[in-house]
Ligand binder design. Structure first.
Ligand code: GFB
Length: 314
C-alpha cells in the first residue's frame, strides 16, 4: 500500500544522527530539498520521556527517522542485557509517543533482522515475525525492537498514523564501531586483519566456527532504501532491507584478508558463540516496491577499509 510522502520542504528529524546509520542518513538527506533536524544527546537524552516529549512538542518535525538505538555485536548483546533491552525500549517509546503527540506526519523505525525467529524459514519473510523463539544471543535487543515495531503498528491501527518500520540486515560502512569486544563482525575483522598485516602475525583469529551465514549491507545503501521507504511505503508490515548476498563468516574473513592484504591462515576461537546459524532476508517486498540498489560486498569492503585507514588513525 502506497501513500506518497513528499520530502520537499519538509523538516525531517534524524534521531541518533551521530551513529553510523544516523550519520549516513544525514549525509543523504542533506542532498535533498528538505531540512534535516538533529539534537545532541547532551541536550536531549532520548531515554528521558519528559525531555524527549518537550523537544518534539517544541520542534514539531514533519517526519522522524528513528536511527537512535543501543547497538552492538554478539558479545555486547550478551554482556549488557539491561541496556540493550531498557535503553532501546525507552528510546523507542519516548520518540514514538512524543512524535504522535507532536503531530508528526510520518515516522520510520529502524529495527534489525534479528527480530525474526532463530529457526525462521530462509530467506526470512516479514510475515515470520513472532512465529517462533528468538536467537538467545540477541533476544534482549530483538524484544526491544519488536516492541518498537508493535508500537508503530498500534499507533497506525488506533490513531491512523503513518508510522512504519524497516528491518535492515547486518550493516557496515563509515562511522562503524571498531572496538573488538563490542563491534559487529565486519569492522572487527577489518581491524584484526589490518593489525595482523602490520604486526606480521601468523594467523587471523575469528570467533566461533566460521560457519554462520550472514548478509551485509553498506550503510549508505541502507540510507537510500530508508529514504525510499519514507517516500513510498505506508503499511503496518515491516519491510526487510538487505543486499541479497550471503557469506559464511569464514568466507567473509577471507574476503577481508584479501581486501586488507593479509596473507596468513584463519584460526577459530570456538570459545566464542556462533549466534544464529543463518539470517538471510527475503527482499521481495522491498524489490517489488522499487528499491534494489545494494552495492556488492567486495566493493563496499574496499571503500570501508579506505575509510578505516583515514578515520581510525592507523
Ligand atoms: O556481527 P556479529 O557480532 O553479530 O557476529 P550477529 C556475527 C558472526 O560473526 C558470529 C562471528 O557468528 C560471530 O561469532 N565472528 C567472528 C565475530 N569473528 C568475530 C569478531 O571478531 N567479532 C564479532 N563481533 N563477531 C548481531 C546482533 O548478531 O546482529 C545484534 O547481536 C544485531 O543484535 C546485529 O541484530 C545486526 O550477526 O550474530
Amino acid at each position: 500500500m502506497s501513500r506518497l510522502f513528499a520530502l520537499e520542504g519538509k523538516r525531517i528529524w534524524v534521531a541518533g544522527h551521530r551513529g553510523m546509520v544516523g550519520s549516513a542518513l544525514v549525509r543523504l538527506l542533506s542532498r535533498e530539498n528538505c531540512e534535516v533536524l538533529t539534537v545532541p544527546r547532551s541536550e536531549v537524552d532520548l531515554r528521558d520521556q519528559a525531555a524527549t516529549r518537550r523537544w518534539l512538542a517544541d520542534t514539531k518535525p514533519d517526519a522522524v527517522i528513528m536511527a537512535a538505538a543501543r547497538v552492538g555485536g554478539i558479545a555486547a548483546n550478551s554482556a549488557s542485557p539491561v541496556s540493550f533491552l531498557y535503553d532501546n525500549l525507552m528510546i523507542e517509546a519516548n520518540v514514538i509517543e512524543g512524535a504522535a503527540r507532536a503531530g508528526v506526519e510520518k515516522l520510520l523505525l529502524l529495527g534489525s533482522t534479528c527480530i525474526y525467529p532463530r529457526d525462521a524459514e530462509q530467506p526470512i519473510r516479514e510475515e515470520s515475525l513472532l512465529t517462533g523463539p528468538l536467537e538467545k544471543t540477541n533476544e534482549w535487543y530483538a524484544i526491544a525492537k519488536i516492541a518498537g515495531i508493535k508500537l508503530c503498528q498500534a499507533y497506525r491501527q488506533e490513531q491512523g498514523l503513518d508510522f512504519i518500520s524497516a528491518q535492515p540486515t547486518n550493516l557496515y560502512g563509515p562511522g562503524d564501531n571498531y572496538d573488538l569486544e563490542t563491534s559487529h563482525v565486519l569492522p572487527a575483522l577489518i581491524r584484526k586483519a589490518h593489525e595482523a598485516k602490520v604486526r606480521k602475525a601468523d594467523r587471523l583469529t575469528i570467533w566461533g566456527s566460521g560457519n554462520p551465514l550472514r548478509e551485509f549491507l553498506h550503510v549508505d545503501d541502507l540510507a537510500e532504501a530508508v529514504v525510499f521507504l519514507l517516500r513510498n511505503y505506508s503499511d503496518a508490515l515491516p519491510v526487510n532491507i538487505g543486499s541479497g548476498e550471503e557469506f559464511s563468516i569464514a568466507d567473509l574473513a577471507h574476503l577481508v584478508s584479501d581486501t586488507v592484504g593479509f596473507e596468513g591462515p584463519l584460526a577459530f576461537d570456538r570459545s566464542r558463540p556462533d549466534g544464529t546459524p543463518r539470517k538471510l532476508a527475503d527482499l521481495t517486498r522491498l524489490h517489488s516496491l522499487g528499491w534494489d540498489n545494494a552495492r556488492p560486498l567486495k566493493v563496499g569492503l574496499q571503500q570501508t577499509y579506505e575509510s578505516f585507514l583515514t578515520t581510525q588513525g592507523v
